[in-house]
Design a protein around this ligand. Structure first.
Ligand SMILES: *Cc1c(COP(=O)(O)O)cnc(C)c1O
Length: 229
């Protein structure tokens, strides 16, 4: 596993996708998802130039934070239980999985810093029963209701597309996410600038970038998915 080669190849593909969709490469942040791998691989990814990392469980986040000395950005991308919030809020820069008011309430209560916590609202754009997230129909009301939580800023929307063999099949969901993001932006809510679109994983990031993703979340394709070195 040569992480530097993986990163370079992905940057090339993202750059090509940006060119096809008339976007700038610096509009897209590549996050490396390290939930399956050891801190050694995080360090290799840092050497390869990666600055953004994602973890999906609080235990994993805390373990990596303790092991990694280099200052990088940490994203919490998994389902977040309310009882884990106090461990997570001061150990990450962005929470991608805000999906219910009870969670917003807990984040608001536990978060102590002056500038608000950057949160993405997770949207279940495909309507799959197993997926977390608010429905597209509920989104606007949900975002509006976050206004009363002074420590929360809605910095964007996040989604996980269905896993399919042909990533072209999920393109319509990415288009829909972009339309939802644009719609929220037009509301001009001061607590919800909502400029980010966190979508695209190892199998579908090219389509996601073409449709407007600003953060792609890549695990397997950068660091692999086995706990070995
Ligand atoms: C694991 C995970 C990813 C990365 O998945 P890969 O297919 O390995 O790229 C992205 N987003 C979330 C929310 C994840 O849990």
């Amino acid at each position: 596993m040569n992480i530097k080669e993986n990163v370079d190849e992905i940057i090339e593909k993202v750059a090509a996708a940006c060119e096809r969709s008339e976007r700038e490469l610096d509009e897209v942040t590549i996050m490396t998802v390290t939930k399956y791998v050891s801190p050694e691989r995080v360090d290799k990814a840092i050497e390869a130039g990666v600055e953004h990392f994602g973890e999906s469980r609080s235990e994993g986040l805390l373990a990596k934070r303790e092991a990694i000395q280099t200052p990088v950005y940490w994203h919490f991308i998994g389902r977040l239980q309310s009882r884990k919030v106090k461990e997570v809020v001061h150990n990450c820069d962005v929470i991608h999985s805000l999906d219910r008011l009870s969670l917003a309430k807990e984040i608001n209560k536990r978060y102590q810093r002056e500038k608000p916590m950057s949160c993405m609202v997770q949207v279940n754009v495909s309507g799959e029963e197993t997926k977390a997230g608010v429905s597209p129909e509920e989104l606007e009301e949900f975002v509006r209701s976050l206004q009363s939580y002074e420590h929360i800023q809605v910095s964007g929307l996040m989604t996980m597309a269905p896993h399919v063999d042909d990533p072209e099949e999920v393109r319509p969901y990415f288009k829909k996410m972009r339309a939802l993001r644009d719609k929220i932006q037009t509301l001009n809510l001061s607590h919800a600038p909502c400029h980010h679109l966190s979508m695209g994983m190892s199998n579908d990031y090219v389509q996601a970038v073409e449709e407007g993703a600003t953060i792609i979340r890549l695990g397997t394709s950068i660091v692999g998915s086995e706990m070995v070195d």
